[in-house]
Design a binder for this molecule. Structure first.
Ligand code: MN
Length: 259
């Protein structure tokens, strides 16, 4: 198995190094990752600046690694097009520091990098580890989950337009109850911006936001991790609302102007 590994927390993030180390037990890993933090950059790509690539040595790992001064999606495009010799079998992203659940996936660089892998026709998965109490995060356990996911999908015919979004609860390993297939929930925030004043008396705004916990059904990703399950969500990037197509036609949006 040949893996392209990237993330949005930057090439020196603990979660990335763990993901690369775990997957290296299964096959050949190449890391192509942003040179520093690019969280919440979504699916942005760099068009108006050149991209610089630098070879790096990752601590304790004997694998090819490249730092790119671009976004996670840039890393996947550049990795597959230019840096890797031959196509990878998988694009695996993460392990992100913090959840990528519900509507937050639309902002996530980690998930977007996996979407880019899908767009380029490579089977892809995104991994995120929730923040637990305090700062301690068990990336080693999350790495084991990544191995399990690779083993399951390697023998299966995962549709090329579908990626797997994995969220791992941050509780001790013996409290994790299993894995659950889920759908995206809704994450909404309130009091999004704090209004402050800079030393020169000018107003500025800082994104903060409090999560609104909404009523949840048990097949939702947020509910699964809240109940100590690893959440496994199949995502596709085709945003078409198929059920609305015939409705829009009936509203008069379909009309032949040549008659
Ligand atoms: Mn991140």
């Amino acid at each position: 198995m040949r893996f392209l590994v990237t993330n949005d927390d930057g090439i020196h993030a603990e979660g990335l190094i763990q993901l690369a180390a775990s997957l290296a037990t299964l096959g050949e890993v190449t890391v192509v990752a942003p040179d520093n933090e690019r969280s919440a950059t979504g699916h942005a790509i760099t068009m108006h600046y050149p991209l610089r690539v630098r070879r790096v040595v990752l601590p304790g790992l004997d694998i090819q690694a490249y730092a790119v001064d671009g976004t996670p999606a840039d890393c996947v495009k550049l990795g597959i097009d230019v840096l890797l010799e031959g196509r990878p079998d998988f694009v695996f992203t993460g392990i992100n520091r913090g959840a990528n659940l519900g509507t937050d996936v639309l902002y996530s660089g980690t998930v977007s990098a996996a979407i880019e892998g899908c767009i380029m026709g490579v089977r892809s998965a995104a991994f995120s580890l929730l923040h637990g109490d305090g700062d301690k995060m068990d990336y080693a356990y999350a790495g084991k989950i990544a191995i399990k996911v690779a083993e399951i999908i390697s023998g299966k015919n995962l549709s090329p337009d579908t990626l797997i979004n994995v969220n791992i609860p941050s509780v001790p390993q013996n409290q994790i109850r299993g894995m659950k297939v889920t759908r995206l929930g809704r994450r909404r925030y309130t009091k999004n911006y704090e209004k402050r004043e800079d030393p020169r008396g000018r107003t500025y705004y800082w994104l903060s936001g409090q999560l609104i916990e909404e009523e949840m059904e048990s097949d939702i990703d947020i509910d699964a991790v809240n109940n100590n399950y690893v959440s496994i969500t199949p995502l596709h990037y085709d945003l078409t609302s198929y059920e609305m197509m015939s409705i829009l036609q009936s509203w008069g949006f379909e009309e032949d102007f040549t008659d």
